[in-house]
Each structure stands twice: as structure tokens, then as C-alpha cells.
Design a protein around this ligand. Structure first.
Ligand code: HEM
Ligand SMILES: *[C@@H]1O[C@H](CO)[C@@H](O)[C@H](O)[C@H]1NC(C)=O
Ligand SMILES: *[C@@H]1O[C@H](CO)[C@@H](O)[C@H](O)[C@H]1NC(C)=O
Length: 511
């Protein structure tokens, strides 16, 4: 028996048997996948019956229209003209997002509590973790309730001076770099400034972030992650975690996560060490209101079961990113919009000079005394929304006001960009016209949604608007802004709305 088991023919027979079985299993798996693909595609086609869509390839969907030559934004705008309210957008043959850009449709979805669509947001998880942006359900509710006091106006008030100081550091730097003949790429300088601001305000960080090398490598990592996110969304094979992790982009992303985590860990450790100093702890405990990081650290110290170290890190990573990249985009595009519209720029400057022209430092009370500047900022956020869209997955069927409906399980993209450029909502949408936001102009409650809406709107909305006003006011006092006609910025959707070729401006010092 023993001898015959080892005989060569028996052994080869076993191998060929094994190969046959493996082959059969592969075939079965392939058949199973094909059936899955076919059934899911059929289900989606049926779900979208009432919604016409542009012709699409059975396997590649609208891949070519959307992703070749970075034409995604231009393409969506063409669809907006042809298909009112909404249209299905096919990513692959069995994957589609239902894209909406009508105020009434937005109102319906934002009034519900559907969870975030995992197929997009999960790409962010290894980096920002399950903080406020990615959490759903009860855990989200608890964290939102815990962190809301960090954005109370008593907390936000002193931030005006902190922001103004950061802006002055940036403007001093830009003044040294500004040159009559060549334009300056401002996005990276603005990013360092917004990072400086969020770190000082929300994380009680001391020291000058704008000159610090660690911060520059963090900003570089965030820039890389923006690009990597877009290229992952576009690549069919990279949807799979195992394949992605093995790819060169996946390894690059891993290094960027590491850099980002080192940065946030440093910030947490620094503040923890400060708090360990007993006197400091008591002083802060007596404060009526705590800032963002202190709320988290106290929750961690006083009630360990409510917040783990992992939760804490996720919130810090979330706010570090959301708190600076979005505002950097908003500020850079607003300055670009003002540079290309000198008449509005001058009117804002005169308004700001009326408040601060005699050298008065900017304060909280000034922020609601600059109505024209505010209108221009809003119009810039309309044309260039820093967060171009958000995605939900329907947890129950929905019926829209026009009677059309969708079943449970469909991913819905709320395209803020397409809403803001929808000619049925905003006539001549490409024209920069701040008077759209004059008090007399009436708008649909859901026509302008740079900060989204409903219960999952942006928690940092007020913080962001204040920062935008301070930056615009102080920049216009110091410089005249002019565009660079040889380097017109090209908007692309990455994590936030970016320019493919940077944002280049000429800065002319005002005497
Ligand atoms: C111009 C600047 C900003 C814009 C345009 C913006 C826009 C948005 C949008 C559209 C959402 C909804 C995201 C979604 O549903 O997936 C959001 C959520 C969020 N934003 Fe902002 N944001 C800005 C600045 C900020 C700042 C400064 C902070 C922090 C200090 C912040 C923190 C957050 C957080 C934590 C969430 C998740 C909220 C939740 O789900 O409860 N954002 N933001
Ligand atoms: C892929 O890499 C991410 C980030 O490093 C990690 O969180 C995840 O567990 C990995 N997934 C797989 C399937 O290897
Ligand atoms: C601690 O957190 C848990 C879970 O969030 C909560 O149920 C409990 O009431 C908290 N305890 C204290 C003393 O705050």
C-alpha cells in the first residue's frame, strides 16, 4: 500500500486530478461572477427605467465620457442640459450612481437619513478613519453631539484674530515672492495658511506651521492623496483592496497615510503632554467651553468607554483634513474669481477699506459688516464648490416630487457642482454675478449647497465662512489681484475641487 501510494504514475494522476478540480473551480467562479454581473446590471436597468440616460457601453459604462482627458465636469454639465433633475451615471457595466442636480430632488434626499455610500467613502477610511465624516447611525449622532459645542460662536470669536495672524504671515511671504513679470501659484501657500489656522484654532497648536518642514510634508501628502483618490475611482481593478494594496499607487498611498498619521499623532501627543502638566489641566477644566481637541481628550480621560484611542485619532485626522483642504480650495478659487472680475474686486476692496482702512485690526464684529464681499464669496463658492458632490446609499425606497421613484440600495450622488451650474436653477450659470446673492434675490432653499444640508451638513460651515472673509479682506487691503492669461486654471474633481494646473495670480502691492 505504502509503496504504491508513492508510485510515479499515481503521483502524476493526483496532480492532473488536482489541476482539473482547480480549473473547474475557476470556471465556476467565473460563471458565478458573470451571473452576478448580469443580474445586478438587469436590476439597475430596471430601477432606472423612469430615468433616461446617455448611451453607455455594457462593460465600461460612461467611462470614456467621464474620465478621458479629465472631462468629467464638462460632461456632467452636458447631461444636465439634456436630462432634467437627474440621470444615472454608469461607472462600469454593473455599477452606477444615480446623479441628482435639482433643488427639489436634493431637498428630498437631504431630508432623509440614508447612510454614506460605502463604495466611495471606504477609500478614505485607511487614512481618516471612522470620524464624523465617515460614521453613520448612532455612533455618528453621539460624536456630532459631542463635537458641536466646539463650533459655538463663543469658541469661534477668538479665532478671528488667530486667523488674521496666520493670514499676515502668508501675505508677508507672498509679498517677498511677488514679482512684476511672473505669476505665483497660490494654492500651496494658501494650504499651509489654512493648516496653520486649523491647527492653532482646533488643536491649540503653538509655533509657526507655515515655516515648519513637517507641515510641508503633510501638505504634500494631502496633495498626493487627492490625486490618488481620483485615480483609484477611475481604475476598475483598483476597486479591489488586495489588488490596490499590491499596486504601486497602493504603496504610494500607504506612505502618504503614514505621513499624515505621523503628523496627527504628533499634534495629539503635544497637547496630551501639555495637559499632563496638572496646572494646565485644572485651568482648562474651569473653562466654560473647550476647544475641539480638548473636548476629545477630556472625553477620553473622563469616560474611556465613550471614546477609544482609535476614535480619537480618526476625529483628529478627519478635522485636520476637512478643516484645511476644503477652505484652501474655497479661498484659492475665490481669489481667482476676484482676480478675473476687477470691478467686483474693487467694490469689495472699498467696502473693506471703509472698515479697516485706518489700520483697525479685523475682529468678529466686522464679519457681518461686509455684505458685498460676502456676496462675492458665495458666488465664488457657487461656481467653484470646494466639495463638488456627496454620495448616499438609499436605505429605503424614495419617491421624488415629480412622481418618479427609486428602490432601496441605489447609490445617489448629490452633485453640488452640477446643481450650481444647472441653467434651470441659475440662469447663465457660468457668469460670475454676485447680485444673485443680494438680499432681494429669492432662491430655492436647496439651490445653493456648498456645505451640503440637512442633519449631515458641514459642521465647520461658520468657521469656514469666517476664515474666507478674513482672508479676502486682508488680501484685498494689501494686493491688487490679476489673473495670468497664460495659465488659466482648469477645475478638476479630486477630493476637493482643485485646479489641474494650479492657481496662478499676479499680486500687485497696493501703496
Ligand atoms: C469652504 C470650506 C468647506 C466646505 C465647502 C465644506 C463642505 C462640506 C460638505 C459638502 C460636507 C458634507 C459631506 C458629506 O455629506 O459627505 C461637509 C461635512 C463636514 N465638514 Fe465641511 N466644508 C468646509 C470646511 C470645513 C471645516 C473648516 C471643517 C472643520 C473645522 C469641516 C468639517 C466637516 C466635517 C467634520 C464634516 C462631516 C460632518 C458630519 O457628517 O456630521 N468642514 N463639509
Ligand atoms: C490594504 O491597505 C490598507 C491601508 O494600509 C489596510 O487598511 C487594509 O487592511 C489593506 N487591505 C487588504 C485587503 O490587504
Ligand atoms: C460614558 O459613555 C457612555 C457611552 O457613550 C455613556 O453611556 C455613559 O453615560 C458615559 N458616562 C459618563 C460618566 O459620562
Amino acid at each position: 500500500m505504502g509503496v504504491s501510494a508513492l508510485s510515479p504514475t499515481r503521483f502524476l494522476g493526483n496532480i492532473s486530478g488536482f489541476i482539473q478540480v482547480a480549473f473547474l473551480l475557476c470556471l465556476l467562479l467565473l460563471l458565478f461572477k458573470a451571473a452576478q454581473f448580469y443580474l445586478h446590471r438587469r436590476w439597475l436597468l430596471k430601477a432606472f427605467q423612469q430615468f433616461p440616460s446617455p448611451p453607455s457601453h455594457w462593460l465600461f459604462g460612461h467611462y470614456r465620457e467621464q474620465f478621458q482627458n479629465d472631462q468629467e465636469l464638462q460632461q456632467v454639465l452636458k447631461w444636465v442640459e439634456t436630462f432634467p433633475s437627474a440621470c444615472p451615471r454608469w461607472l462600469w457595466g454593473s455599477k452606477a450612481h444615480f446623479t441628482i442636480y435639482d433643488p427639489d430632488y436634493m431637498k428630498v434626499i437631504l431630508g432623509r437619513s440614508d447612510p454614506k455610500a460605502n463604495d466611495v467613502y471606504r477609500f478614505l477610511a485607511p487614512w481618516i478613519g471612522y470620524g464624523l465624516l465617515l460614521l453613520d447611525g448612532q455612533a455618528w449622532f453621539q460624536h456630532r453631539r459631542m463635537l458641536t459645542p466646539a463650533f459655538h460662536y463663543d469658541i469661534l470669536k477668538p479665532y478671528v484674530k488667530i486667523t488674521a495672524d496666520s493670514v499676515q504671515v502668508m501675505l508677508d511671504k507672498l509679498e517677498k515672492l511677488a514679482d512684476q513679470d511672473t505669476s505665483l501659484e497660490i494654492f500651496k501657500h494658501v494650504s499651509l495658511m489654512t493648516l496653520d489656522t486649523i491647527m492653532k484654532c482646533a488643536f491649540s497648536h503653538q509655533g509657526n506651521v507655515q515655516l515648519d518642514e513637517n507641515s510641508q510634508s503633510y501638505i504634500q501628502a494631502i496633495g498626493d492623496l487627492n490625486k490618488l483618490f481620483l485615480s483609484r475611482v477611475k481604475n476598475l481593478f483598483h476597486q479591489n483592496d488586495i489588488i490596490y494594496n499590491l499596486s504601486s499607487n497602493g504603496r504610494w498611498a500607504k506612505r502618504a497615510y503614514q505621513l499624515a498619521h505621523e503628523h496627527t499623532d504628533r499634534v495629539i501627543k503635544l497637547r496630551k503632554d501639555q495637559l499632563q502638566d496638572q496646572g494646565e489641566l485644572e485651568k482648562i477644566r474651569k473653562k466654560r467651553r473647550l476647544d475641539f481637541l480638548d473636548i476629545l481628550l477630556f472625553a477620553r480621560i473622563e469616560n474611556e468607554s465613550s471614546l477609544s484611542d482609535k476614535d480619537l485619532r480618526a476625529e483628529v485626522d478627519t478635522f485636520m483634513f476637512e478643516g484645511h483642504d476644503t477652505t484652501a480650495s474655497g479661498i484659492s478659487w475665490t481669489l481667482h474669481a476676484l482676480a478675473t472680475h476687477p470691478e467686483h474686486q474693487q467694490r469689495c476692496r472699498e467696502e473693506v477699506q471703509g472698515l479697516l482702512g485706518d489700520g483697525t485690526p479685523i475682529s468678529w464684529d466686522h464679519l457681518d459688516k461686509m455684505p458685498y464681499t460676502t456676496m462675492c464669496i458665495k458666488e465664488a463658492l457657487r461656481i467653484y464648490p470646494p466639495v463638488p458632490g456627496v454620495v448616499r446609499e438609499l436605505s429605503k425606497p424614495v419617491i421624488f416630487p415629480d412622481g418618479r421613484s427609486l428602490p432601496k440600495g441605489i447609490p445617489v450622488t448629490l452633485s453640488i457642482y452640477a446643481l450650481h451650474h444647472n441653467p434651470r436653477v441659475w440662469p447663465n450659470p457660468e457668469v460670475f454675478d454676485p447680485s444673485r446673492f443680494s438680499p432681494a434675490a429669492a432662491q430655492h432653499s436647496h439651490a445653493f449647497l456648498p456645505f451640503s444640508g440637512g442633519s449631515r451638513n458641514c459642521i465647520g460651515k461658520q468657521f469656514a465662512m469666517n476664515e474666507l472673509k478674513v482672508v479676502v479682506a486682508l488680501t484685498l487691503l494689501r494686493f491688487e489681484l490679476l489673473p495670468d492669461p497664460t495659465k488659466i486654471p482648469v477645475p478638476v474633481i479630486q477630493l476637493v475641487l482643485q485646479s489641474k494646473n494650479g492657481i496662478h495670480l499676479h499680486l500687485r502691492k497696493i501703496q
